[in-house]
Design a protein around this ligand. Structure first.
Ligand code: HDD
Length: 701
């Protein structure tokens, strides 16, 4: 299409600046108005004293427009600033009425609307998605008895035990205050200084250095409520509970070198993935799992159930799956929903209660406080995303932006006005009641001695990992500590790692060029070496059973074998795998039957890090052309180094050779595709996600 054929909007006119814009001169097009509803005749020019004259103060439309623009930003979250949300529902599949009288857990099959926001912790709102960081997993459940927020993470433990340390921890983790870098990462002195001086952080640091902190997608990660909560039954009896979200898609992470490159290729990798999956109808689902236990278990468990730096292994208290969370609708407006959503740990419903976990108790203050600051006043609960979907009535009134304003005379109680003017009344039968836990003890700033073992579960986590995962942890420690400029901090961290695992400490020391290990740190309680490994703590032991929901990149060129391409696409489609074509240019490429192929990525804009596996189907002529393109070699070399499955047509062999994947390098993760049925076998093989035996060979140093 030539430039003069580019269509212009209907009912358009040309502004005096030459721009073309649409006007509302028929009934179908809404008229642009000011916020007061006054119709606007000209939105292209300010009101001036003559065409070359000064702008006039009188221009109310200009002033309103710019004033509003100037006020568009609200403070970003002090942590978890970068996030992405979606709507869905929770459906109960197994009644918990035996232990909990919450309405949401009473009726099997009942669906409760939900909103979920995933986030990174340290980075600013505009940072990249695939940084090494904890991911927030915050769930708002709009139950019939009010909103219940489970404000969790994708890691089941936390860095600190007492909320009073949170500001220190967050200051240390974020960019350093004098230089304002590094952003969105913990690879710097302040973070490692703080955690190496806070032995309680060791367990969580091990999780953060594992691949849990570089998930492939929000869809492929677990969520945890972290703290021990209480469920209360109809008789007022309490059962302790820990909440888990188990992805039905299986767990999956990226590898570190891949993460670095994804952030360059697509800083929005995770949000785009969620948006695309939901819009394609591939709704992600999680099972809600509960670990239930009583005081008797709590007393004999070797750690304090109120200590958020500890988990309860699933082997000790099995997970009971009671429902599923489905995300099936993207937001209409990011700001209105994802940015303005306000999670508060104290949003709780009858049948659920807190425990004395000192981290949780502190959070219950912090969230309400922060929302008031962030959203500008106490009426943030009136914003639709935050308002309950059940009826709500109270005598709180006025304040900035009050949207729910009761009618009638009574705004206090007790009052003697008849109904309906008299307004709502408390209900001792259905209203929220706190569990009447007996308390005694001196008023003191003290932590229970039972919180004192900082290493045993860190060790348990490490020994539960596969060798591949252990190597990744070691490499992550080396990477992060290599960015630390102060040698003493590195050494101090090694003194903690010796309590986790001697080989880990030694490997990290080697990577940092530290010949002699320091003495192991001495904790308040001895390290227990008898804790057995727990398979649930590994990602690789909890992967998917198919390649479903993953993305395949297919390199094509002019003259690509149409039969082979459609066999690959069909096999992928059958398995629920998304495919994307990558080529020497986008558009205007035809296969060997002359059909135009919808190529979405030019090779230099679609690196292999964007795909879970790749297939190389350029024709012989196309391969010759692509040999001259450096990013084609990167595409293959990266897929190879990241242990991905690679399928290829014979015509693509010169490309493999050029990328250093000669015949001798072609392991069982590299499959030659000749016939249509090879395509199905390839997609089946991809269910393993990566061909891990290759990793040792490509990372010999
Ligand atoms: Fe927090 C946000 C999760 C400890 C104070 N936190 C926030 C979010 C998540 C978590 C997922 C983002 C919610 C959203 O998407 O809007 N935080 C956790 C977990 C913790 C934890 C799992 C430990 C188990 N947090 C924690 C402590 C404090 C806070 C100990 C303070 C004493 N967190 C906040 C906050 C934030 C927040 C400052 C920032 C923005 C917000 O609340 O809404 O209040």
């Amino acid at each position: 299409m030539n430039a003069s054929a580019i269509p212009h909007p209907p009912h358009s006119r040309t502004g005096t600046g030459g721009e073309t814009h649409q006007t509302a001169d028929d009934a179908d097009i809404p008229t642009l108005t000011t916020q007061q509803g006054t119709p606007v005749a000209d939105d292209q020019n300010t009101l001036r004293q003559g065409a070359d004259g000064p702008a006039l103060m009188e221009d109310f439309h200009f002033r309103e427009k710019i004033f509003h623009f100037d006020h568009e930003r609200i403070p970003e979250r002090v942590v978890h600033a970068r996030g992405y949300g979606a709507h869905g529902y929770f459906e109960l599949t197994d009644s918990l009425a035996d232990v909990c009288h919450a309405d949401i857990f009473g009726n099997v099959g009942e669906k409760t609307p939900a909103f979920v926001r995933f986030s990174t912790v340290a980075g600013a709102k505009g940072s990249s998605d695939v940084v090494r960081d904890v991911r927030g997993f915050a769930v708002k459940l709009y139950t019939k008895q009010g909103n219940w927020d489970i404000v969790g993470n994708n890691i089941p433990v936390f860095f600190i035990q007492d909320a009073i340390k949170f500001p220190d921890f967050v200051h240390a983790a974020k960019e350093e205050p004098d230089r304002a870098f590094p952003q969105a990462q913990t690879a710097h002195d302040n973070f490692w200084d703080f955690v190496s001086l806070s032995p309680e952080a060791t367990h969580m640091v091990c999780w953060a250095m594992s691949d849990r902190a570089i998930p492939r997608s929000f869809r492929f990660m677990e969520g945890f409520g972290v703290h021990t909560f209480r469920l209360i039954d109809a008789q007022g009896r309490s059962t302790y509970v820990k909440f888990h979200w188990k992805p039905r898609q299986g767990l999956q992470s990226v590898v570190w070198n891949e993460a670095l490159k994804i952030n360059g290729a697509d800083p929005d990798f995770h949000r785009r993935d969620l948006w695309n999956a939901i819009n394609a109808g591939d709704y992600p689902e999680w099972d809600l799992g509960v670990q239930l236990f009583d005081d008797e278990f709590a007393d004999r468990f070797p750690f304090d159930i109120l200590d958020a730096t500890k988990l309860i292994p699933e082997e000790l208290v099995p997970i009971r799956r009671v429902g599923r969370l489905v995300l099936n609708r993207v937001v209409d407006n990011f700001f209105a929903e994802t940015e303005q959503v306000a999670f508060c740990t104290q949003n709780i419903v009858p049948g659920i209660d807190f425990t004395n976990d000192p981290l949780l108790q502190g959070r219950n203050f912090s969230y309400l406080d922060t929302q008031t600051k962030r959203l500008g006043g106490p009426n943030f609960t009136h914003i639709p995303i935050n308002a309950p979907k059940c009826p709500f009535h109270n005598f709180q009134q006025d304040g900035h932006m009050a949207m729910h304003n009761p009618k009638g005379r009574a705004n206090y109680e007790p009052n003697s006005w008849p109904q309906p003017q008299g307004g709502p009344r408390e209900n001792p039968r259905t209203g929220y009641r706190s569990f009447p836990q007996e308390q005694s003890g001196a008023k003191t700033r003290e932590r229970s001695a039972a919180f004192g073992d900082h290493y045993s579960q860190a060790r348990q986590f490490y020994i539960s990992q596969t060798p591949v995962e252990q190597t990744h942890m070691k490499d992550a420690f080396v990477f992060e500590l290599s960015k630390v400029e102060t040698p003493a901090i590195r050494v101090r961290m090694l003194s903690h790692l010796r309590n986790v695992d001697e080989a880990l400490a030694r490997g990290v020391a080697d990577g940092l060029g530290i010949p002699t290990l320091p003495d192991a740190a001495v904790g308040p309680l001895p390290v227990r070496t008898d804790l057995p490994p727990s398979d649930a703590l590994s990602i690789l032991k909890n992967g998917p059973d198919s390649f479903r929901g993953r993305k395949l990149g297919i390199v094509v060129s002019e003259g690509t074998d149409a039969a082979l391409l459609s066999a690959v696409q069909e096999a992928a489609h059958q398995e629920g795998v998304e495919t994307e074509l990558v080529g020497p240019r986008i558009g205007n490429i035809s296969d060997d039957r002359g059909k135009i192929l919808p190529v979405m990525q030019k090779i230099n804009g679609g690196p292999s890090v964007l795909y879970d596996a790749v297939v190389l189907l350029p024709s012989a002529q196309g391969s010759t052309l692509l040999l001259g393109e450096a990013t084609m070699r990167d595409f293959i070399a990266d897929a190879f180094a990241h242990a991905k499955f690679i399928g290829y047509a014979a015509s693509a062999e010169p490309l493999l050779d050029a990328a250093g994947v000669g015949t001798a390098e072609r392991d069982d993760g590299i499959l030659r595709l000749t016939k249509a049925k090879d395509a199905a076998a390839f997609i089946k093989a991809c269910a393993a996600l990566r061909f891990w035996p290759r990793e040792k060979r490509v990372h010999a140093v």
